[in-house]
Design a binder for this molecule. Sequence first.
Ligand SMILES: [Zn+2]
Length: 101
Amino acid sequence: MITCKDIPQLANMHVDGELPEELQIQIERHLLQCQGCAFEVRSIEQTKSMLAESFPRQESPASYRERALARLQAGLSDVLSPPLEPADTQWALPFLRDQSA
Ligand SMILES: [Zn+2]
């Protein structure tokens, strides 16, 4: 008997068709009755088909993302590290506050 608890560990193999037919049928039966697990298995199916589509490409999404990120960080480095405040100002502030209190 398949329960919701079993689905996460079986879903991957189910999508790949690696389970015994009897188990596949039990899972299918559960998915018909359980929207939550059906959604989970469907999202695994979609992820797998997306991965399968992107594999034949010469440029993997990961390396493209890495290079895009590196470019972004290079472009933002000026913004991310603003010039430091003059030390005078930083130390003067608490000092001024003490005087006015
Ligand atoms: Zn379920």
